[in-house]
Write a protein that binds this ligand. Structure first.
Ligand code: KG4
Ligand code: ZN
Length: 374
C-alpha cells in the first residue's frame, strides 16, 4: 500500500544517519520509502551514570559510525555510488552527536557528489507514520501527534510538510524523563521506562493514590514533577531499606496509571483544539508503553479518530525516520516547483523548533553552498 504522497522524485536511495542522542543509527531507503536496510546501536557506557553523558555519546558516535554505515550499505546490497541522497539529523539534540553525525553525512555527500538533506529530528518522528504501508489507511494530513520520549513531550498539529503547530508541551520533565527518574527511585536500571513497565505488571494501578497534574486544565500542557515528588514522599518512610517488591510494583503500576490518565486528558483537550484531526499518532520511546498505547487508542476511538503508533523500533530513535523525512522534504520542494536543493551549509542546532521548518522552502535556504553539489 502507498500513502497519498509520492517521493519518487528523489534521484535515488537515501542514506540516513541519526546521532542526536545515544542511539547511533543508519538506514537506507528506496526513493518511494521502502526500507532497504536499517541498523541501530544503542550505546552502552551511559547506564553507570544514570543518564546520557553527552561527551561519551559524541565519542561513541564517532567510533561507531564508519563501521555502521558500511554494514548498512552492505545489508542494502548497495555500493555508495548507488545512493541518490545523504541525510542526517541536524537538530534538535545533543550538539556533539549532531556535529559528528551530520559532519559524517556531509563528508559522504561531498565525496559522492550527492545532495545533503538536513533533517529535523522531531519532524522525523512526526512524519514516521506516513511511511508507506505502516499505518492501515495511511496517515493523510492533518493529524494530531503526541511525541513522548526521553527529551520531548509535546502535542503537535501536523498539517503538512513544514506545517506544524505546537498545541502544548511539558512545563517541566519530559514523559520519558519522569519514567526514568521514578524508575531510579525504585532502584531499577536505566533507561527506566521498560523496567518500570515490567514491574508495573505485578502491581495494582489503583493501589496507591497519586496526583494527576494539570488534569482538566485548559490547553494541553503537561507537568510531571508533582507526580515525581509524590512518589518520593511515598518512598521516604523506607529510607535506605530495600523496598518490598509488592509495594514497588504497586507504586510502578499506580504511577503508570497516573501518567496514562494525564495523557488521555491532555489528548482530549488537544483534539478539542484541532477539530479537523481524524487520526492520533503517538511517537517517541514512551509510546512503546503498552498501557499508555491502550489508553490512547481508547481515547482516540471515543473521539471518532483512528489511532496509530509505529512499531517499537520506529518509535524510538532510528534512522529510517530520518531518511523518510528527507524523502518527504525532497518531494515537497519538487511539488512547490523548487529546484531540488542541497543545504550542506545548514549547521547542527541543539534547538530547532518545528515552527521554523516552513522557512526551509524559501529560496534563500535552498541555494546550494559554494562548491557543493547539483
Ligand atoms: O525516543 P527515545 O528512544 O529517545 C529519547 O528521546 O530519549 O525515548 C527514550 C525514552 C526513555 O526515557 C525510556 O525510559 C522511555 O523512552 N521508554 C519507555 C518505554 N520504553 C522506552 N517509557 C515507558 N514505557 C516503556 N515501555
Ligand atoms: Zn527522538
Amino acid at each position: 500500500m502507498r500513502v497519498s504522497t509520492s517521493c519518487a522524485t528523489a534521484p535515488g536511495p537515501v542514506l540516513a544517519i541519526e546521532s542526536s542522542c545515544d542511539e547511533t543509527a543508519c538506514a537506507v531507503l528506496a526513493p518511494e520509502g521502502t526500507i532497504l536496510a536499517q541498523r541501530v546501536i544503542s550505546q552502552d557506557g551511559h547506564a553507570d551514570f544514570g543518564g546520557v553523558v553527552p561527551e561519551i555519546a559524541a565519542r561513541a558516535h564517532l567510533s561507531l559510525l564508519p563501521g555502521l554505515v558500511k554494514a548498512t550499505l552492505n545489508d542494502a546490497n548497495l555500493p555508495p555510488a548507488g545512493l541518490g541522497l545523504v541525510a542526517a539529523s541536524t537538530g534538535p539534540g545533543l550538539i556533539g552527536g549532531l556535529i559528528v553525525g551530520s559532519g559524517f553525512a556531509k563528508g559522504l555527500a561531498l565525496a559522492l557528489k550527492r545532495p545533503f538533506v538536513a533533517v529535523n529530528h522531531v519532524e522525523a518522528h512526526a512524519l514516521t507514520a506516513r511511511l508507506p504501508g505502516l499505518v492501515e489507511g495511511g496517515a493523510p494530513f492533518p493529524y494530531l501527534l503526541l511525541l513522548v520520549s526521553g527529551g520531548h513531550c509535546q502535542c503537535i498539529a501536523v498539517e503538512g510538510i513544514g506545517r506544524y503547530r505546537k498545541l502544548g508541551g511539558t512545563i517541566d520533565d519530559a514523559a520519558g524523563e519522569a519514567f526514568d527518574k521514578v524508575a531510579k527511585m525504585l532502584g531499577l536500571g536505566w533507561p527506566g521506562g521498560p523496567a518500570l513497565e515490567q514491574l508495573a505488571r505485578e502491581g495494582s494501578p489503583d493501589a496507591i493514590a497519586l496526583p494527576r497534574p494539570l488534569i482538566r486544565r485548559p490547553g494541553c500542557d503537561f507537568s510531571f514533577s508533582g507526580l515525581k515528588t509524590a512518589i518520593a514522599q511515598k518512598l521516604a518512610p523506607y529510607g535506605r531499606t530495600p523496598l518490598p517488591r509488592p509495594f514497588a510494583a504497586d507504586l510502578a503500576a499506580s504511577f503508570q496509571q497516573a501518567v496514562a490518565d494525564v495523557v488521555a486528558d491532555r489528548i482530549n483537550h488537544a483534539l478539542d483544539m484541532m477539530p479537523a484531526a481524524r487520526l492520533l499518532v503517538a511517537a517517541g520511546g514512551v509510546a512503546a508503553n503498552t498501557a499508555l498505547r491502550a489508553r490512547l487508542e481508547e481515547t482516540a476511538r471515543s473521539r471518532g479518530c483512528r489511532f496509530a503508533a509505529p512499531p517499537l523500533r520506529l518509535c524510538t530513535d532510528n534512522a529510517v525516520m530520518v531518511g523518510w523525512a528527507a524523502l518527504e522534504t525532497w518531494a515537497e520542494a519538487a511539488r512547490r516547483g523548487q529546484t531540488p536543493f542541497t543545504n550542506i551549509a545548514v549547521r547542527p542546532r541543539p534547538r530547532w523548533p518545528l515552527e521554523d521548518m516552513a522557512s526551509r522552502f524559501t529560496p534563500a535556504h535552498n541555494q546550494p553552498a559554494a562548491g557543493a553539489l547539483s
